[in-house]
Write a new protein. Structure first.
Ligand code: UM3
Length: 126
């Protein structure tokens, strides 16, 4: 079964893409299985190496949108792409807007082993 950390990487990590095209989100949302059963409404891809994203777990601790306390904000801006479902797009034709941004990101971290955190959820960007 897919772990939460594996799911985070499938849904949010794309380190080897630097510039994206208008069709990026339509292709990636499908390729990463976020258009199965429904169109996931909003999803962010992170274009930074995994070690830089995991390092956020030792940066600024902030409260998560759901009230949990295990969210962390990146001290530097990261290259990201926001995918948002276009108004009027109807499953199974998931049609996304692609927006390339540089923002600080907030992720949730849990411990896989004592002292070894891993990223498990994307909470937002600021
Ligand atoms: N989400 C993003 N980017 C945003 C805001 C929300 O990817 O800027 C995703 C993360 C959550 C979902 O999915 O929307 C609900 O908040 P996840 O927990 O699987 O990462």
């Amino acid at each position: 079964k897919e772990s939460q950390a594996e799911k985070f990487q499938r849904q949010h990590m794309d380190p080897n893409t630097s510039t994206v095209t208008a069709s990026y989100c339509n292709e990636m949302m499908k390729r990463r299985s976020m258009t199965v059963g429904r169109c996931k409404p909003v999803n962010t891809f992170i274009h930074e190496p995994l070690h830089k994203v995991e390092a956020i777990c030792s940066q600024e601790n902030v409260r998560c949108k759901n009230g949990q306390s295990n969210c962390y904000k990146s001290s530097s801006k990261m290259r990201i792409t926001d995918c948002s479902l276009k108004k009027g797009s109807k499953y199974p034709k998931c049609d996304y807007e692609t927006k390339q941004l540089q923002k600080s990101i907030i992720v949730a971290c849990t411990y896989k082993h004592i002292r070894i955190p891993e990223t498990v959820h994307f909470d937002g960007s600021v």
